[in-house]
Design a protein around this ligand. Structure first.
Ligand SMILES: Cc1ncc(COP(=O)(O)O)c(C=O)c1O
Length: 386
């Protein structure tokens, strides 16, 4: 196949050439003098992206799944009770990680396509007068459904009920794409990965931590060794790590942070919002349904599209891959086979989005879904021109 593989999954995203070039370096000594400066630059830049001036940043080789584990084991003890809002495949995974450590997970389940029900969270917190709930677990942007939840609303619910629970938030598919404020929303642990808004290849687990979470880690009894953040924080002060870090990814990270700062985070968010709106208009113009129910919760990093009855989204995704070297996101968890996902995040521009929408139309048509070729594209083009 000529050309590049066309990656329209909601992460990992295509890595800009500028970042690839920055990573094309000889391997350097991670205990040598040059490395410390690189680490410090990366940590300072990440703090700006998390909007965590008061927070502490921790980086591990790993992935988002590892970041869940790091958030849990450093702040909680087996037998602790937590409240987890489950609204998709990834919030299920976050809660399961807690369960695996013997944490008593109380769930608030909502259907796939819905966001965190802040009023229900608040009611549960208000009822917990003994403050048995040690933490609230939420996913800011549920990547399996294309729903962005109101994290500041959860913060306000904690404040209104004067509840001391920690707030642990997954921003794997939102950080650096959708507004997020670690300090202002007083999030205790914000966790993410590098392969989505940060435009890097996969391979890291990244966390921002509040002072309250740091204090909690002194009492937390979950077993931990690799994920223990204390030695990482200690050694990071000197620009070092207690293990061999993903050195090349850090060169890439420094470049990615520079690119985000050049564009300006607010512009990055506005670009994502604009491309997402163009995508949603295209989906509607094709008479297809968006899984996210509440427009206030539409995700600006991906759109989950409901397949018309009688069609299997997994087979469509496979067909796109086989025919056009074009990758769309499959349906995950409860919507396996029922939705496909169009990723529109990271280093993406209008023509790339339009290319993806053209591919979606071609594949739907080829697959026998009754759509009019060009209808979605025209809706997106008109919006982008307007
Ligand atoms: C919201 C969310 N959380 C966690 C993860 C897991 O991250 P990883 O696949 O990097 O382990 C993902 C992966 O897509 C995700 O989208």
């Amino acid at each position: 196949m000529s050309g590049r593989p066309f990656l329209s999954i909601p992460g990992p995203t295509l890595v800009p050439e500028r970042i690839t070039r920055a990573m094309a370096q000889p391997i350097i000594d991670h205990r040598g003098p040059k490395f410390g400066a690189l680490v410090k630059e990366c940590l300072a830049g990440l703090a700006r992206v998390f909007r965590a001036d008061r927070g502490h940043i921790v980086l591990y080789p790993g992935s988002g799944t590892g970041a869940w584990e790091a958030a849990i084991v450093n702040t909680l003890s087996p037998g602790d009770r937590v409240l987890a809002v489950i609204n998709g495949h990834f919030s299920t995974g976050f809660a399961k990680t807690a369960g695996a450590y013997g944490i008593d997970v109380e769930r608030i389940d909502v259907p796939y396509g819905a966001g965190v029900p802040v009023a229900d969270v608040e009611a549960r917190l208000a009822a917990d007068t003994a403050h048995e709930l040690r933490a609230v677990l939420v996913v800011h942007n549920e990547t399996s459904t294309g729903v962005t939840s109101n994290v500041s609303g959860v913060r306000e619910a904690l404040d209104r009920t004067r509840h001391p629970a920690l707030l642990l938030v997954d921003t794997v598919s939102s950080l650096a794409s959708i507004e997020f404020r670690h300090d202002d929303w007083r999030v205790d642990v914000t966790l993410t990965g590098p392969q989505k808004g940060l435009m890097l290849p996969p391979g890291m687990a990244i966390l921002a931590i509040s002072d309250k979470a740091l204090a909690a880690s002194e009492k937390a009894k979950c077993p931990r060794s690799f994920w223990d953040w204390q030695p990482v924080l200690e050694r990071n002060k000197r620009g070092e790590f207690p293990y061999t870090p993903a050195t090349l990814l850090l060169f890439g990270l420094r470049e990615a942070l520079a690119m985000l700062e050049e564009e300006g985070l607010d512009h990055v968010f506005a670009r994502h919002a604009r491309l997402a709106e163009a995508c949603r208009r295209a989906v509607r113009a094709l008479d297809l349904e968006i899984l996210c129910r509440n427009p206030a919760e539409y995700s600006n990093t991906l759109t989950a599209v409901v397949m018309p009855p009688g069609f299997d989204s997994g087979a469509l995704v496979r067909h796109a891959y086989d025919t056009l070297n074009f990758s769309l996101g499959v349906g995950l968890g409860a919507v396996k086979g029922k939705v496909f996902r169009i990723g529109h995040l990271g280093s993406l521009n209008e023509l790339e989005l339009l290319g993806a929408l053209a591919g979606v139309e071609m594949m739907l048509k080829d697959f026998g879904v009754p759509i009019r070729l060009g209808a979605g594209l025209a809706a997106a083009q008109e919006y982008l021109l307007g």
